[in-house]
Write a new protein. Structure first.
Length: 170
């Protein structure tokens, strides 16, 4: 049975860093980021991409990106599963999220952060994503005849990498 995994880097967020007054975790999407997320979500919907489950880092910028995608894909945003380990947890946190999926789920999107999300895409497929996924970009990976808990290094087939820049040219 075929399974599909969509890895989504959060859209453009406000600049900032870790200071006592402004934590990286709390950065929100800019107006440009909101538009990027809406365009990418709409592009997926227009290409008949169906996603059953959305999992997001708990960081504000990821949750907001996931909610915008959910709206465009006609998925209930209240059903987005938050995973605290994704923020700062490295590629292992993404792998744990995938390996713990219910077998009834056939398509899932995980919303996360660079560089971990890019490393994870390359780990699963050995495809060259270009070193860094662009903000609001999507990598699609297909798995054939494998359970979610069996997914590991080089077990997926790279389908596509779409970014706001590539869909604007299409």
């Amino acid at each position: 049975m075929k399974k599909l995994l969509y890895l989504v880097r959060h859209a453009t967020a406000e600049e900032g860093g870790n200071t006592p007054m402004f934590r990286d975790f709390d950065r929100i999407l800019t107006s440009h980021g909101i538009i990027e997320a809406a365009r990418m979500g709409k592009h997926l919907a227009e290409n008949n991409i169906k996603i059953e489950l959305l999992i997001s880092s708990e960081a504000d910028r990821c949750k907001s990106t996931a909610k915008i995608f959910a709206e465009q894909l006609h998925v209930d945003a209240d059903e987005i599963k938050l995973d605290e380990a994704i923020y700062g947890g490295g590629a292992r946190a993404y792998l744990a999220a995938v390996n713990n999926l219910d077998e009834k789920v056939k398509s899932v999107a995980i919303f996360g952060h660079n560089p971990d999300i890019t490393f994870f895409a390359e780990y699963l497929t050995r495809a060259d994503i270009g070193g860094s996924m662009e903000k609001a970009s999507v990598v699609a990976i297909e798995f054939e005849d494998v359970n979610w808990n069996e997914i590991s290094n080089k077990s997926g087939r790279f389908l596509f990498y779409w970014s706001p820049g590539t869909i604007a040219k299409a």
